[in-house]
Design a protein around this ligand. Structure first.
Ligand SMILES: Cc1cc2nc3c(=O)[nH]c(=O)nc-3n(C[C@H](O)[C@H](O)[C@H](O)COP(=O)(O)OP(=O)(O)OC[C@H]3O[C@@H](n4cnc5c(N)ncnc54)[C@H](O)[C@@H]3O)c2cc1C
Length: 392
C-alpha cells in the first residue's frame, strides 16, 4: 500500500491548481451570474492539455489515467464546479468512443478532438427518463447499414456548443436494455436541433440543453454500438466517469471548508473569534475528516479503473459518498458564515448550489445506493458465520 501521489501526479496537480487559481477562480462568479458558456476558459484548458484528459496518446491525447483525471478535476472544481463540469464533459462524451469505438472511429473522432478545439457531449437522458436508462424512448431505426434517429434528449451538458454528441437510442423500447445502441452524432447533421440553455439552480457555467433528433441519418461509420451493446457501453462509461464526479465533489467541499476556516478565524462573536468555540471546531473537524474519506474512496475507484478492474461498485460508493460530503460540507459552511453565508457576498452560497448537482447527475444518489445494496445483499461474502448457523 502506498498513499502517496507519484512525482508526475504532483506536477499535474500543480499545473491544474495554477490553471484553477489563475484562469477559473477570477471568472467563476461572473459566469455563475451571467449563465454564459465559459468558452474562453474551456479553450484555454484545451490549449494547455487539460481537456480530453482520458484520450490515449496514440490518438493525440495526454493518455492520463482516471487517477490523474481525478487529481485535475478536484483542482478545477475547487475554483468553479460549473466550469469543471463543462471541461470534463469532453471526457464523458468521448469515453464511449475510447471504450467501445473501432480503430477508425478512434483515429477520426478522438484525433479531431485533440487536433482541433472541438466539444463532444453525452446523451442518454430524455425528458421522461433519466435514472431508468433501459427505459429510453429515442428511436433508432435500421436502414441497411445506416440508422435513422428520432426523439428528444434532455439535460445535455455542453450540448448547445457541441460538435458531436454520443447518443444512445433504442431500436425497440419493449426490448429495454437489449434494444439500446449508441451513435456518434455530428451536430451539423440534418435534423439535429440544439435547444436553448436551460437555467439552473447551480453549476450555471455549464451549458444544459435539449437535443432534438428528427430523421437524423447516421452513416455506418458513426455506429458506435450495435443494439444490445449500447446499454453496457453506457454503464461502462459511467463506471469510468463517476470517480471524477467524486473528485469534483471533493474539490467543491474542500473550498467550502477552506473559506470556513478563514471566516472562523476572523469573525468574532461574544468577544472571541468563532474558531475558539467547540461547536465550530467540531464542524470544521467533520468537514476535514469527510473530505479525506471522500478523496480516498474516489482514488480507490479511479485506481481500480486504471488497473482494468471492474470498478462499478467502488465508483458508486465514491460518487454517493463524496456527493453527500459536498452537500453536507457546503451546508455547514453556510452555517459557519451565519447570515453572510446566506448572501451572495461570499462564495459559499454558490458552492452550496453547485454541490446539489452531484447527487443528481450521472446516476442519482439513490441509483448509486441501488448498485451498492445489490452487491451487499446478493454478493457480499460474510467474514463471520451466518446468523442461522450460529444459532444452531
Ligand atoms: C445539470 C444537469 C446536467 C446533466 N447532464 C446530462 C448529460 O450531459 N447527459 C445526460 O444524458 N444526462 C444528463 N443529465 C441528466 C441526469 O443524469 C438525470 O437528471 C439523472 O440521471 C436523474 O434522472 P431524472 O432527472 O429523470 O430523475 P428520475 O429518474 O425521474 O428520478 C426522480 C427521483 O426518483 C428517484 N428514483 C428513480 N428511480 C428510483 C428507484 N428505482 N429507486 C429509488 N429511487 C428512484 C431518483 O433518484 C430521483 O430522486 C443532467 C442533469 C442535470 C440536472
Amino acid at each position: 500500500m502506498d498513499f502517496k501521489l507519484m512525482e508526475e501526479q504532483i506536477a499535474l496537480q500543480k499545473k491544474a491548481r495554477e490553471f484553477a487559481v489563475n484562469e477559473v477562480l477570477p471568472v467563476a462568479q461572473k459566469y455563475d451570474e451571467s449563465e454564459e458558456f465559459p468558452l474562453p476558459v474551456i479553450k484555454k484548458a484545451w490549449e494547455i492539455g487539460l481537456l480530453n484528459l482520458g484520450i490515449p496518446k496514440q490518438y493525440g491525447g495526454p493518455g492520463y489515467g482516471l487517477m490523474d483525471a481525478c487529481i485535475v478535476v478536484e483542482e478545477i472544481s475547487s475554483a468553479c464546479p460549473g466550469i469543471a463540469t463543462s471541461i470534463f464533459d469532453n471526457n464523458l462524451g468521448a469515453e464511449p468512443i475510447v471504450i467501445g469505438g473501432n480503430e477508425e472511429q478512434k483515429q477520426r473522432i478522438l484525433g479531431e478532438l485533440t487536433n482541433e478545439f472541438k466539444l463532444i457531449a453525452f446523451a442518454t437522458s430524455e425528458p421522461t427518463m433519466g435514472s431508468d436508462v433501459a427505459g429510453m424512448k429515442c428511436r433508432a431505426e435500421q436502414d441497411g447499414d445506416e440508422y435513422i434517429l428520432n426523439g428528444n434528449k434532455f439535460w445535455i451538458t455542453n450540448g448547445g456548443h457541441a460538435n458531436y454528441v454520443t447518443v444512445f437510442a433504442t431500436t425497440d423500447p419493449e426490448k429495454k436494455h437489449k434494444g439500446i445502441a449508441a451513435f456518434i452524432v455530428d451536430t451539423k447533421s440534418e435534423g439535429v436541433r440544439l435547444g436553448k440553455h436551460i437555467p439552473k439552480l447551480g453549476q450555471r457555467a455549464s451549458n444544459t440543453v435539449s437535443v432534438g433528433l428528427k430523421d437524423v441519418r447516421i452513416p455506418k461509420e458513426n455506429v458506435l454500438a450495435k443494439p444490445g451493446r449500447g446499454f453496457v457501453l453506457a454503464m461502462q462509461t459511467f463506471a469510468h466517469t463517476r470517480p471524477a464526479i467524486g473528485a469534483f465533489a471533493v474539490g467543491c467541499a474542500r473550498s467550502a471548508m477552506e473559506y470556513s476556516i478563514d471566516y472562523a478565524k476572523k469573525r468574532e462573536a461574544f468577544g472571541r473569534p468563532i474558531e475558539k468555540y467547540q461547536m465550530i471546531q467540531e464542524k470544521i473537524a467533520n468537514m476535514y475528516k469527510d473530505i479525506e474519506a471522500a478523496r480516498l474512496l474516489t482514488y480507490r475507484a479511479a485506481w481500480e479503473a486504471d488497473q482494468g478492474k471492474d470498478n462499478n461498485l467502488s465508483s458508486a460508493i465514491a460518487k454517493a459518498f463524496a456527493s453527500d460530503v459536498a452537500m453536507n460540507v457546503t451546508t455547514e459552511a453556510i452555517q459557519i458564515f451565519g447570515g453572510y453565508g446566506y448572501l451572495r457576498t461570499y462564495p459559499v452560497e454558490k458552492l452550496f448550489r453547485d454541490a446539489k448537482l452531484y447527487q443528481i447527475y450521472e446516476g442519482t444518489s439513490e441509483v448509486q445506493r441501488i448498485i451498492i445494496s445489490r452487491f451487499v445483499l446478493n454478493r457480499y461474502e460474510h467474514a463471520m458465520p451466518y446468523l442461522a448457523k450460529k444459532r444452531d
